[in-house]
Design a protein around this ligand. Structure first.
Ligand SMILES: C[S@@+](CC[C@H](N)C(=O)[O-])C[C@H]1O[C@@H](n2cnc3c(N)ncnc32)[C@H](O)[C@@H]1O
Length: 99
């Protein structure tokens, strides 16, 4: 999904983070592939995972995501809040975020 693994951090740090969390979830992998192929501006895997862990840590039941693109982080948040939780997202773009 990243345009460049070393866009913000050093290449070695980026490679280390990538191998720490290989994607094992089929739907998330599909979203990452779609994002990569269509240039969707989405959160990196570790960032979305951090949001999910943070939401779980505070036992969040309601989340608001401003700017959802294709919903990559939204899905992480939805899993964190569980079936009785609520994730609200807003985005001014009605395009598929594919550029
Ligand atoms: C980097 S992408 C979001 C990635 C997404 N949060 C994720 O984690 O995958 C930025 C998104 O913000 C949306 N956006 C841009 N300006 C906005 C605004 N003023 N209010 C809300 N969303 C906005 C864009 O349409 C785009 O979908």
């Amino acid at each position: 999904m990243k345009a460049r693994i070393d866009a913000i951090i050093q290449l070695k740090s980026g490679e280390y983070l990538e191998q720490l969390h290989p994607q094992t979830d089929g739907l998330l992998r599909e979203m990452e592939e779609y994002g990569g192929e269509h240039g969707v501006p989405s959160a990196d895997r570790e960032v979305a995972l951090f949001c999910e862990i943070t939401a779980r840590a505070v036992n969040a039941k309601r989340c608001l995501e401003i700017g959802m693109a294709i919903g990559y982080t939204s899905l992480h948040l939805a899993r964190a809040v569980g079936e009785d939780g609520l994730v609200v997202t807003i985005d001014p773009s009605d395009e598929d975020q594919g550029g």
